[in-house]
Design a protein around this ligand. Structure first.
Ligand SMILES: [Fe+2]
Length: 201
């Protein structure tokens, strides 16, 4: 059986480049697209390696083994692929207050959009890699999670709706170390229609 592979578009959706109006540049996005492709390539490489190997439980080892390396790095690679897919598809909008069903879910979970917004921004400052907004199928509500890396710290039974990349590669070219300024710009370009499109039907 052939491994199912993931793909990254040759070019980002053109709406992404509208973020230049708030200072998130084309150069940042073009470099970032290359990184996204890297996550896709490694996802595919690991999928093929798993497909082609003949797993031998006697060779698996929790200190070091091929299976351990593949499993750990698969979560990082595929996590990075999905995180960036959601990131690039949910920017290039008008930002501001949430709209649609996501607006209702945010209000139900946080009381008001502003309360959610404060927690979201603080999560982006406190995290080393990501802030995630996800729909929880178990409790049928949204949560804000923090990510220090591509594979931390979500929970199960969640659908990712919005992913804010706060790794330095997402902003250093435009804002140097001023992450708060980047987040302020990011908040002005969230595409809430796209966020709603990730909600389970
Ligand atoms: Fe990134």
């Amino acid at each position: 059986m052939e491994a199912k592979l993931v793909t990254v578009p040759e070019a980002l959706p053109s709406k992404c480049y509208s973020t230049e109006r708030v200072g998130i540049s084309k150069a940042t996005h073009d470099n970032h697209l290359t990184l996204w492709k890297g996550y896709a390539n490694k996802t595919n490489e690991i999928r093929k390696a798993l497909q082609e190997m003949d797993p031998d439980p006697s060779k698996a080892n929790q200190i070091y083994s091929q299976m351990r390396a593949l499993k750990i790095n698969y979560a990082f690679a595929y996590g990075g692929y999905v995180n960036h897919l959601v990131y690039f598809n949910t920017i290039g909008g008008q930002g501001g207050e949430a709209t649609g069903n996501v607006a209702t879910l945010i209000k139900d979970a946080y009381g008001s959009f502003d309360r959610w917004r404060s927690e979201w921004i603080a999560t982006g400052i406190a995290g080393r890699g990501w802030a995630f907004l996800a729909y929880d199928h178990l409790e049928q509500r949204v949560h804000t999670f923090m990510g220090d890396a591509q594979d931390t710290y979500p929970a199960w039974n969640q659908t990712l709706l919005l992913a804010m990349d706060v790794y330095e590669h997402a902003y250093y070219l435009d804002f140097q170390t001023a992450r708060a300024k980047y987040i302020d710009a990011y908040m002005q370009v969230i595409d809430w229609d796209a966020v709603n499109s990730f909600l389970p039907k």
